[in-house]
Design a protein around this ligand. Structure first.
Ligand code: GDP
Ligand code: MG
Length: 689
């Protein structure tokens, strides 16, 4: 007998799906406290008379029909799970035989892999004594009959999964309308096999196992685990798989086949429940060989009545009719439980897709529409760029530091200023004034000695300017490279989804940046040239700085003239300076000293100008780029009739077109589904009181 644990589990499972305790009494089942279906209890009341006859109230049928319709609409593609009875079992455990027994028809049976695609079996009781069978797949319906069903299924399977031994995820639906069958929808899946048979792909086990998992994983699935009485249940692959997704077995029902083959110990096996089956066991005997369906049922009944061992099993746990009845009850309960959730999910998904569709760029049907959108895009890109590059407002990119344009530009400028300052600093203490003396030597002329030749000053100035002239050039190209990335990012963001506009905008940006960079470089070269060609400033700071520096003149002369003095002096701006070597150049050193102090005072002005001019130039350029040039260039390139003109915007990017189609399709599907459930909910509301 089972321990306390599994019997508690069984009770919980029964409670969950409202399976009555005394299963053979076939009393009414009462669905759970599910709100919109709170009126359902009566709906679900089941009266079992003839065992396999559609055995429950007609009013539950619409619910099942609605679910089947949703399945047909492929609502599962939208990630909405439907309550489903999934038949699993190891190969040759008797899955197809069980379905066959439930449906009262013959299904492909036998060795090797027969079921290669998910087979959705919809059994429907109808009053007409003539059965009606058809297959649905690939959007087609194929009529068939009981004699040809095997061939028809095999043919359809070949069509879906190819004529080899491979499997396919595309389901095949078999509708069986027959007098006396239970209203049930079940999915039969390929059986698990560890060793591929000849012609099967190497990874067949993984493929099948993935397919089974996909079907049994959702909480909405009821797992009908088909076990052969001839095997040890604990070794079944299908048990292992279902335990992985349904640990406590709350949604697993076991069907034990081939009771006739292994009657010994079967009672003990199902009572022990070593494998945690929450919804209970039903032992059956399927059709053997060429038996007719009725013969098979009679044989089964006789077997469980008369067999010395099998007759000991409680009648609520044996036979196809009991299985049918249990499945019908479980199905009704799970549908009632899931339906409100399905309704909610359909609505959520529908809203989600609708808002996504609304967010998509509109498809233009006229040039005027395209023009309007074009102007809007230009206007909004311009506004974004103004914020980023001119006004320093970055609410559009709060966390993207790269896009905080004004701050990054200011950083680049101060870096540039720092670089300039550093690159002009040379080592003063060595050979102090020697460069000046050499230049003076070469620029001397016939004249009075106390006139400082201007050319000497200019030569030194030019040398210094040449030395640092690389920095301003580097600075402008760095700044433009940076601005280009910012502008492109903004433009691409505004034009994504409009392929034509995106590419012409990119081209326009390329054009404009080539021009901008060239213009700036010319400007920089000009500025550098200006600094080289003349020396001028109106800044009084020059005179102040020079006077301050010249205050050191006396100390300098003292060292030069009084050889007993130490040869090192301290001069502000230069630090400690060795002067000993200058005692050898009495004629030029005083002029050289004066010139050095002038250059030093003037150089500060030059550097300041190089920074200020560049800053103002960049500000002006960026402003005209953002306010005018960019827009004009985009308009020019985009409107260029040779490039296809504005009409090109009427064409949609393939990826956008695909997405739009997908959304539209999905919205249609969800709307249809919504209608299906709305109808049955209405019905419940009307008839339910
Ligand atoms: P599937 O691979 O799980 O679909 O298994 P099948 O339904 O094809 O059955 C495999 C084999 O077991 C077939 O030869 C069936 O005739 C046989 N079989 C199935 N159920 C029973 C049963 O209850 N008793 C006996 N004796 N044989 C059965
Ligand atoms: Mg099979």
């Amino acid at each position: 007998m089972a321990g306390g644990k599994s019997s508690t589990l069984k009770k919980t499972a029964r409670h969950n799906y409202n399976i009555p305790e005394t299963e053979n009494s076939a009393s009414a089942i009462v669905p759970l406290n599910v709100d919109p279906i709170s009126m359902v209890p009566e709906e679900l009341a089941i009266v079992v008379d003839a065992p396999l006859v559609s055995s429950y109230n007609d009013r539950i049928r619409p619910l099942l029909d609605a679910i089947d319709k949703l399945r047909q609409l492929k609502v599962m593609q939208e990630g909405i799970q439907l309550p489903t009875i999934v038949v699993v079992g190891d190969q040759s455990s008797g899955k197809s035989s069980v379905l066959e027994s439930l449906a009262g028809i013959s299904l492909p049976r036998g060795q090797g892999i027969c079921t290669r695609v998910p087979l959705i079996m919809r059994l429907q009781h109808h009053s007409n004594p003539l059965p009606e069978l058809h297959l649905q797949f690939h959007g087609r319906t194929v009529q068939t009959d009981e004699n040809h069903i095997c061939d028809a299924i095999n043919k359809a399977t070949d069509e879906i999964a190819g004529s080899g031994k491979g499997i396919s995820h595309t389901p095949l639906t078999l509708v069986v309308k027959k007098n006396g069958v239970p209203d049930l929808t079940m999915v039969d899946l390929p059986g698990l096999t560890r060793v591929p048979v000849h012609g099967q792909p190497e990874d067949i086990y993984e493929q099948i196992s993935a397919m089974i998992t996909e079907y049994i994983k959702p909480e909405e699935s009821i797992i009908l685990n088909v076990l052969s009485a001839t095997v040890d249940f604990t070794t079944c692959e299908s048990i292992r798989m279902s335990q992985r997704v349904d640990k406590t077995g709350l949604r697993t029902l076991a069907v034990v086949t081939k009771a006739d083959k292994a009657p010994e110990g079967l009672l003990e096996k199902v009572m022990a429940d070593d494998v945690n089956i929450g919804l209970g066991y039903v032992s059956v005997r399927n059709r053997i060989g060429d038996e007719s369906y009725d013969e098979a049922r009679n044989e089964e009944a006789r077997l469980f009545q008369t067999h010395p061992l099998l007759s000991k099993i409680d009648k609520s746990m044996v036979g196809i009719p009991v299985l049918a009845q249990k499945l019908v009850q479980i199905q009704a309960a799970i549908i009632a439980k899931c339906l409100p959730d399905i309704v909610r999910k359909i609505n959520d998904k529908l809203n989600e897709n609708m808002s996504e569709l609304n967010k998509m760029p509109p498809k233009f049907s006229s040039v005027a529409e395209a023009m309007k959108a074009f102007m809007w895009i230009i206007g909004s890109s311009k506004e974004s760029l103004r914020k980023i590059l001119l006004r320093g407002e970055f609410e559009e990119y709060p966390d993207d530091k790269h896009m905080h344009g004004t701050a990054r530009l200011a950083e680049m400028l101060s870096q540039y200023a720092e670089e300039l300052r550093k690159s002009a600093e040379s080592n003063y203490s060595e050979n102090f004034l020697m460069e000046e003396i050499k230049v003076l030597e070469e620029t001397k002329g016939i004249g009075l000695p106390n006139f400082l030749p201007r050319t000497a000053f200019l030569i030194i100035l030019q040398r210094k300017v040449n030395e640092i002239s690389g920095s301003p050039l580097q600075f402008v190209s760095k700044v433009w490279d940076y601005i280009e990335t910012v502008v492109l990012k903004v433009l691409m963001q505004h034009t994504e989804n409009y392929q034509a506009l995106e590419s012409s905008t990119r081209r326009a940006a390329q054009n404009i940046f080539v021009r901008m960079k060239e213009k700036s470089l010319n400007r920089v070269l000009e500025i550098i040239e200006m600094e080289k060609i003349s020396d001028y400033t109106s800044d009084p700071e020059y005179m102040t700085a020079w006077s301050k520096l010249m205050a050191n003149n006396n100390a300098f002369l003292e060292v030069m003239n009084d050889h007993s003095k130490p040869t090192k002096i301290m001069i502000e701006c230069f630090g400690d300076i060795e002067l000993g070597h200058l005692r050898l150049f009495p004629s030029q050193r005083e002029q050289a000293f004066d010139m050095k102090m002038r250059i030093t005072a003037y150089w500060k002005i030059v550097l300041k100008r190089l920074v200020d001019c560049m800053a103002l130039h960049m500000l002006l350029s960026v402003k005209s780029l953002v306010n005018r040039d960019m827009e004009m260039e985009i308009v020019n390139v985009h409107m260029d009739p040779e490039g296809g003109g504005i009409e090109r915007m009427l064409e949609e990017v393939p990826s956008v077109a695909i997405k739009r189609e997908r959304l539209n399709k999905s919205i249609k599907l969800l709307k249809d589904s919504k209608e299906v459930v709305a109808k049955v909910m209405d019905r419940i509301a009307i008839t339910g009181d």
